[in-house]
Design a protein around this ligand. Structure first.
Ligand SMILES: *Cc1c(COP(=O)(O)O)cnc(C)c1O
Length: 375
């Protein structure tokens, strides 16, 4: 059993993918071109925004937006404490200060009350200017954008949605990567919509921002890439990756997203009531980058993981360490008591195998093994 089965996915679409890659190679147009443009239009159309700007990876996508917004030293950027490193890394990379915020125990996403408290405390301290909040759609579930957008408006903050794990999800039909002032995603192979290497994209309705991002991602180009009007990055999505993504986007829309939600339903039915399962609030739709259960203690979690491994079932701990405890952020000051929930989740979460090609008997085996262990 695979934790995330990329081989079966490839084999299902092998002929189409192989010929698309072969065509790019035969044409020897490896950077840019009409395939990348077509993909950007399809992605923007799917998400329901005006502009999609593809780039090298999901981390660059976040960084490019912060660069475009001129986020810099002295600015505070609010980031959930329970996320992948990139979300905070890009803030420090741009010279600003990440302010980590604890998450909600049931959704794993940024806690709205604690976000407001962090904004107010930052204002009171008076050292940093609150500028941006980067909510993360953790494990596929959209963050609480209705509330986040209200708070951002009240405190004059920009919202940058980190949809790296949430692509395909929605709230009442409004798609992930259409929230906030700009949104980003990642096409890292294991993400809901993955390519065969690194890739990323930015989404926005803002024409001016889109134009600036298209310059920043190609060395701050002006008229062309040899006319450089600002300092930027070299961050493009390869044409081969775009060709693969066009095929994978179709599969994603046609069945993969439904299939991970079918696996979610199967797990929910087959896991016993005493297992603490992931919660999808009413009106929310998750793209299930992960199916994550919570255990009572670190000892119980770790021994369940070992037990699963003995039975040939892979599982993962996302995430072992809260952001505020990463050595890279050891220069920041914080109160350990502000991160009660994240500290606990890092000890008690366990992600089970989850992907569109997981079979019903495999889900049954995982559920039976977890139930047995906990009973
Ligand atoms: C994967 C991920 C990223 C970074 O994406 P890359 O394409 O690997 O650079 C950023 N944020 C979150 C929440 C992620 O899971």
């Amino acid at each position: 059993m695979q934790f995330r089965d990329l081989k079966t996915q490839y084999n299902t679409y092998k002929d189409e993918i192989d010929s698309a890659v072969q065509e790019v190679m035969s044409n020897a147009g490896f950077i840019g071109g009409s395939i990348v443009k077509e993909l950007e239009e399809e992605l923007a159309d799917y998400v329901g925004v005006k502009h999609c700007i593809t780039c090298g990876n999901g981390t660059d996508a976040l960084s490019l937006v912060l660069m475009a917004w001129d986020v810099k030293e002295g600015d505070a950027v609010f980031v959930p404490d329970f996320t992948f490193f990139s979300t905070g890394e890009v803030v420090s990379l741009n010279g600003a200060t990440p302010v980590f915020v604890d998450v909600d125990e049931t959704t794993f996403n940024i806690d709205i009350d604690k976000l407001e408290k962090a904004i107010e405390e930052t204002l009171e301290e008076g050292e940093l200017t609150p500028k941006v909040v980067i909510p993360v759609d953790l494990f596929g579930l959209p963050a609480n954008y209705p509330e986040i957008e209200k708070l951002a408006k009240k405190h004059n903050l920009l919202v940058l949605e980190d949809g790296a794990q949430g692509f395909g999800g929605n709230i009442d039909g409004k798609m992930v990567c259409s929230f906030g002032d700009a949104a980003t995603t990642s096409f890292f192979p294991a993400k809901p919509l993955g390519c065969f290497g690194d890739g990323g994209a930015i989404f926005t309705n803002d024409d001016e921002l889109a134009a600036l991002l298209n310059s920043l991602k190609i060395h701050g180009k002006g008229e062309n890439k040899y006319d450089n009007v600002r300092i930027g990055l070299n961050s493009r999505l390869d044409t081969i990756q775009a060709a693969i993504l066009k095929i994978k986007l179709r599969a994603f829309r046609q069945h993969e997203l439904d299939d991970v939600n079918r696996v979610y339903d199967l797990y929910n039915n087959k896991l016993a009531d005493y297992v603490q399962k992931p919660v999808v609030p009413s009106g929310y739709y998750s793209s299930f980058a992960q199916y994550t259960i919570q255990l009572d203690s670190k000892e119980q979690r770790d021994s369940l993981q070992s037990y699963l491994k003995e039975q040939g079932i892979p599982s993962m701990v996302y995430y072992v360490k809260p952001m505020h405890r990463q050595q890279a952020f050891s220069n920041l000051s914080f109160k350990e008591s502000d991160f009660e929930v994240t500290n606990k989740l890092c000890d008690t979460v366990l992600s089970l195998p989850m992907h569109p090609y997981l079979k019903e008997d495999e889900v049954a085996k995982v559920a039976k093994t977890v139930n047995e262990f906990l009973n």
